[in-house]
Write a protein that binds this ligand. Structure first.
Ligand SMILES: NC(=O)c1ccc[n+]([C@@H]2O[C@H](COP(=O)([O-])OP(=O)(O)OC[C@H]3O[C@@H](n4cnc5c(N)ncnc54)[C@H](OP(=O)(O)O)[C@@H]3O)[C@@H](O)[C@H]2O)c1
Length: 249
């Protein structure tokens, strides 16, 4: 499969899904601007595909600065045709540990950071009538679970925002893909203490996501057994859903 893109920006490319996605697209011949905070990890990523990876140190939690940096990149590189807002963090909080500073940190990265990244590239794409915006949301966007209120709601936002944005931008030649992954091996999931059903290898997940983006799939939830469980959970009456959700931890 050959990716129909020349220049891509992927945030959160220093580890996990973002790193594997950067390599997947680089191997298709796409020039990938690989963004994250940790320069050392980005340098080791570049070493794996030196001709196609361009490291970019970027902290998306400073949303205004991230927006301006993406805008400047789009203007200086000849136009981004793919932007993947992948950078994301989780923070499991029991009732005693819920603190505004921790909730805010999750929202700053997953909501403000992702939105700012995609908005930074949007005007150029609309003007060129060509481009593709991708949000790495989560199956968690569609379920309410204990201790993950900030994370789950941040992903619900990203999905809802992109699904709405698509209605405005598709007619201007800009495609939008929303990705709902299940559990994937990464630094994020390495912290989980609970069992993760249908856990995927990182490269396997990146290949599935890369293919879905290349095919211009509008919405992609995977792996299907996990996506089916989440869909089924959503169809349950709320009291039954709450009964089971309380027992997941
Ligand atoms: N793994 C899963 O099971 C799973 C499931 C559903 C959805 N997702 C989503 O997939 C995405 C990737 O997560 P992952 O599982 O691959 O986790 P990961 O290995 O922890 O990767 C997270 C990436 O985000 C970057 N990041 C974090 N804070 C940032 C900030 N302030 N500015 C810029 N970059 C930042 C990290 O880089 P630096 O620390 O170097 O900045 C890292 O490259 C996330 O959006 C996550 O919510 C993951």
């Amino acid at each position: 499969m050959t990716a129909p893109f020349r220049r891509a920006l992927i945030t959160g490319a220093s580890s996990g899904l973002g790193r594997a996605l950067a390599l997947w697209f680089a191997r298709q011949g796409v020039v990938v601007y690989a963004a994250a905070r940790r320069a050392e990890q980005l340098a080791s990523l570049k070493a794996e595909a030196p001709e196609h990876i361009i490291p970019m140190v970027l902290d998306v939690s400073d949303a205004d600065a991230a927006h301006d940096a993406v805008r400047a990149l789009d203007e200086s590189c000849g136009g981004l045709d793919l932007v993947i807002a992948n950078a994301g963090i989780g923070d499991q909080m029991s009732a005693e540990k819920i603190e505004w500073s921790r909730v805010r940190k999750v929202l700053d990265v997953n909501v403000m950071g992702a939105t700012a990244t995609l908005c930074g590239a949007l005007p150029g794409m609309v003007a060129r009538k060509r481009g593709h915006l991708v949000g790495i949301s989560s199956l968690a966007a569609s379920v309410s679970l204990p201790q993950t209120a900030a994370y789950n709601s941040s992903k619900s936002f990203l999905t809802a925002w992109l699904e709405s944005l698509r209605l405005d931008v598709e007619q201007h030649g800009v495609a939008v893909t929303v990705i709902h992954p299940g559990f994937v091996k990464s630094e994020l999931t390495a912290k989980n203490t609970f069992q993760m059903p249908f856990l995927l290898e990182t490269d396997d997940a990146a290949q599935r996501v890369g293919r879905a983006i290349t095919r211009q799939t509008r919405f992609f939830a995977f792996p299907w057994p996990m996506a089916f469980v989440v869909w089924l959970a959503g169809a349950l009456p709320r009291p039954i859903l709450r009964f089971f959700a309380r027992r997941t931890l």
